[in-house]
Design a protein around this ligand. Structure first.
Ligand SMILES: C[S@@+](CC[C@H](N)C(=O)[O-])C[C@H]1O[C@@H](n2cnc3c(N)ncnc32)[C@H](O)[C@@H]1O
Length: 331
């Protein structure tokens, strides 16, 4: 059956396909067709597609053609079934003992049949910025992605700034506990997801700090990208959170300490810039809630009165360790 399409130069085909997919004009489930130096892309409305592409500097013409259907994508076989999705990029976490060929085979299926742009293998997490070490398995190289989280758009380079897709629900739940008018400090903000959730839900004032310049670069981009959705305001700061009491007054009603491998050493600083009754969401990688609470209370300076309002498991990290959130209150 003939379908409406646009014909574009082959060199622009992938960018055009993504733009058309993003604007809802691409007809899904059909393979693109090569016609000499051009590629035909099936679309719902040819005229609209041409105008979307010409705005982005891509020369396009309306056409009609037959398009072969994609067959149903193959399923991945165990043991490489699970992967994280960052926009149009998928990432496997390396598990010792699984041969590299198994990952490559699965990556090829994800690119060629499931439509991912690229698939990477994460072989570790490095340094204070918590960056993944990534190896390209299949597809087009490129680690800048845009992710949708509860309607917010979050852009980042996954090789240059930390982001964990599995924390979306946690970010939402913390943000829902914030009230209008609060002064919030996001002490390890990364590319800003906690801050964006809070400012999209509440008329709060958020200071978002990260030491990684790339994370702050994307945080600023994300504030712009979501500006229409934000009721509250976010002030991005590139800085070291171990020195905040030197530049910030003790005004914060709520502090988010989402850096589970390093939080104890920053607790004194959080105490120093929070007001009485402030809530501190203290994330910690540990073997148990009880152990993490004991450690936190031991690390807090003696002048900083803290009450424990609750502790919950947020994520499983390894067979013996979990990430916990302890809600501490300044008393
Ligand atoms: C686990 S990530 C959390 C990111 C963010 N909250 C999120 O949910 O995506 C920890 C972040 O702390 C930042 N970081 C590490 N040391 C820091 C410091 N001394 N001061 C400020 N930020 C720091 C890292 O760059 C990283 O972005």
């Amino acid at each position: 059956m003939e379908v409406q399409c646009v014909s574009v130069p082959a060199r622009d085909a992938e960018r055009a396909r993504r733009l058309l997919a993003g604007s809802g004009l691409l007809v899904k489930g059909l393979k693109l067709v090569r016609a000499g130096s051009r590629v035909l892309i099936p679309v719902g409305d040819g005229e609209k597609a041409v105008s979307v592409l010409s705005r982005e500097g891509i020369e396009a013409e309306v056409c009609t053609s037959e398009f072969p259907r994609y067959r149903r994508p193959s399923r991945l076989s165990t043991p490489v079934k699970s992967y994280s999705v960052y926009g149009d990029v998928a990432v496997f976490s390396y598990t010792a003992g699984i041969p590299l060929e198994d990952y490559v085979r699965a990556a090829r299926i994800l690119v060629e049949e499931h439509g991912y742009r690229a698939v990477y293998l994460k072989v570790g997490t490095e340094g204070p910025y918590r960056l993944p070490s990534l190896r390209l398995l299949w597809g087009q190289p490129g680690t800048e992605v845009t992710i949708k989280e509860y309607g917010l758009r979050i852009m980042l380079d996954i090789s240059k700034a930390y982001y964990n897709v599995r924390l979306a629900g946690e970010r939402r739940s913390v943000s829902e506990s914030v009230n209008d008018g609060e002064r919030v400090l996001d002490m390890f903000a990364g590319v800003g997801p906690f801050s964006l959730h809070i400012a999209s839900l509440r008329r709060a004032s958020v200071v978002a700090v990260d030491i990684n310049p790339y994370a702050v670069y994307y945080m600023i981009a994300n504030i712009k990208l979501n500006s229409r959705r934000l009721k509250g305001c976010i002030t991005p700061v590139r800085g070291d959170s171990s020195r905040l009491s030197k530049i910030l007054k003790p005004v914060f009603n709520r502090i988010i300490m989402n850096n589970p491998t390093m939080t104890p050493q920053f607790l004194g600083e959080a105490c120093g810039i929070s007001v009485k009754n402030a809530v501190i969401h203290y994330y910690r990688l540990h073997g148990s809630c009880e152990g993490a609470i004991k450690e936190a209370l031991h690390e807090a300076p003696s002048w900083c009165g803290l009450q424990v309002d609750g502790c919950r498991e947020v994520l499983e990290h390894s067979p013996t360790k979990r990430i916990y959130r302890i809600d501490l209150r300044r008393v």
